[in-house]
Design a protein around this ligand. Structure first.
Ligand code: HEC
Ligand code: HEC
Ligand code: HEC
Ligand code: HEC
Length: 378
């Protein structure tokens, strides 16, 4: 990535918020995600990690562990109200003979969300204190909303670059507030932002956003291995959890009114054969290939009865393996009653919403009901 912009010396900063997961809080996973990410940063030479709200809400326990996970990246946070091992309020980096001060503050409002009591000190006082260290350039990562961040910038003197870490999106243009340059690059790791600085005029000269795409960036083999190990670990973790919850899951599976598509073939052989040629019939295999066949973040759209109708279909890979893939009942609804007494007027309430439960703007931005329906029709 450094080669991409042609800079011989870049200072790399990661603004945190790595541990967001869509499933309910599972500390083992959170720790493992952080551990993997920080190890990966060491491998590719990321110099600064500033914990974000997603890490901070897990309180002291998480914060105290951070330093165990990284050997090289500095962990920086200026307004923690108590000392945490390995976390520095700020650090000076020498880049091309210039002293670059890097610091980070977070919004005390997040204390309320914190699970295991994390205390913040006054962010502005902490920032002002950090800025006292003599430097040529000062960068602060602000874990605040846009508006609050802008207010802070107006109230401190001598900050050159503010990195907004909390709000989603990217700044494509350089924006200055009281001479301080605002940058925002919170795009889930899909872009990297570069900023060139002119020390004589003390101002930014160029902001460049580089998209991180598989076609332009090759995966570092060591990092790829690390990610692979994480995926393997996660899969085992989910299997372990499923075993622990086996009884409840089996009970739930016994109560469902989905029958699985084996039950349709005898009376609807042509349609079943036609369905088998669609990718819906191979949706679970796609997860297996990615080592995600136990992942609760992925399963709902690659199985049957987890999203629509009464959502009482798929429970877990071990208890409901007959509901893998996007089967008939995903679109037509539970068929328990229909197979007992087959007749018309079952399961034809299908419209665009049936599909967009899974084909949404994230997973399938080009989805069009008119175009895609004929592709799966039978
Ligand atoms: C909100 C629903 C949804 C979720 C959640 C979801 N997928 Fe999918 N997935 C889809 C849809 C829709 C498609 C088909 C998109 C297309 O190719 O037109 C798809 C296609 C795929 C494919 C095959 C096409 C390809 O890109 O190679 C793979 C593999 C895949 N998903 C893996 C995953 C994994 C891994 C996860 C979890 C991290 C996941 N999916 C979570 C809806 C989802
Ligand atoms: C992705 C959604 C989807 C899946 C999966 C699906 N269907 Fe359908 N099915 C439809 C839609 C939409 C229609 C309405 C007619 C059309 O446009 O094809 C339909 C129509 C039907 C009809 C009425 C056909 C007619 O000629 O009147 C039957 C019977 C049927 N499906 C059975 C099945 C069976 C059996 C399976 C599984 C092997 C299945 N469907 C899988 C969406 C689906
Ligand atoms: C014992 C035979 C039998 C089985 C098993 C069966 N069906 Fe049917 N299905 C029928 C009959 C008969 C009809 C009436 C219309 C027809 O002749 O196609 C029908 C109609 C339908 C319709 C269309 C309803 C309408 O108003 O046009 C759908 C959708 C459907 N079946 C889906 C399924 C699905 C999904 C399964 C498997 C879970 C399934 N069927 C299993 C016999 C069966
Ligand atoms: C439960 C989630 C889910 C629902 C509901 C769903 N799909 Fe899909 N669909 C998928 C997934 C997942 C894939 C990709 C499977 C794979 O390749 O692994 C897919 C693939 C497809 C594909 C093949 C894409 C391609 O480019 O080859 C078409 C077409 C499609 N779906 C149309 C529809 C339509 C139309 C509906 C509504 C009637 C619908 N789907 C409902 C999850 C869903």
């Amino acid at each position: 990535m450094r080669q991409e912009v042609g800079a011989d010396r870049t200072l790399t900063i990661n603004s945190g918020n790595l541990t967001r997961t869509t499933t309910k809080v599972d500390f083992e996973i959170k720790y493992r995600v952080l551990q993997t990410a920080l190890k990966g940063y060491d491998m590719i030479g990321v110099e600064v990690f500033t914990p974000g709200v997603q890490e901070l809400i897990y309180g002291r326990e998480m914060i105290n562990k951070l330093h165990e996970y990284t050997k090289k990246s500095a962990i920086i946070c200026a307004n923690l109200a108590y000392p945490a091992p390995g976390i520095e309020p700020s650090r000076l980096f020498t880049v091309n003979h210039k002293k670059i001060l890097v610091t980070s503050i977070f919004d005390p409002k997040f204390e309320k969300k914190a699970i295991h009591g994390l205390k913040a000190s006054d962010p502005i006082a902490a920032l002002n204190k950090a800025l006292k260290t003599p430097h040529d350039l000062a960068i602060a990562v602000l874990h605040f909303s846009d508006n609050k961040a802008r207010n802070i910038i107006r109230r401190v003197a001598g900050l050159n670059i503010a990195v907004l870490a909390t709000q989603r999106g990217v700044f494509r243009k350089i924006e200055l507030i009281k001479g301080c340059c605002l940058v925002k690059n919170n795009n889930h790791g899909k872009t990297v932002g570069y900023l060139d600085w002119n020390f004589s005029s003390n101002s930014p000269t160029r902001l460049k956003l580089v998209k991180v795409e598989k076609s332009t960036f090759k995966a570092d083999p060591k990092v790829a291995k690390l990610v692979d190990e994480y995926e393997q670990w996660l899969r085992k973790h989910y299997i372990k959890k499923e075993k622990q919850e086996e009884e409840t899951l089996n009970e739930k599976a016994a109560g469902i009114n989905y029958v699985g598509n084996q039950a349709c073939g005898t009376c609807h052989p042509k349609i079943t054969a036609s369905w088998q040629t669609t990718r819906h019939a191979r949706a679970y295999a796609s997860l297996q290939k990615k080592c995600k066949d136990y992942c609760p973040d992925c399963l709902p759209c690659h199985v049957t009865g987890s999203r629509q109708h009464n959502k009482k279909g798929f429970q877990s890979p071990a208890s409901t393996p007959n509901l893998f893939n996007v089967q008939c009942e995903e679109c037509h609804g539970p068929a328990q009653d229909h197979i007992k007494d087959p007749k018309l007027n079952y399961g034809l309430k299908i419209d665009k919403k049936t599909c967009t439960a899974c084909h949404n703007s994230n997973t399938d931005p080009e989805f069009s009901f008119a175009h895609d329906l004929p592709l799966i029709s039978h």
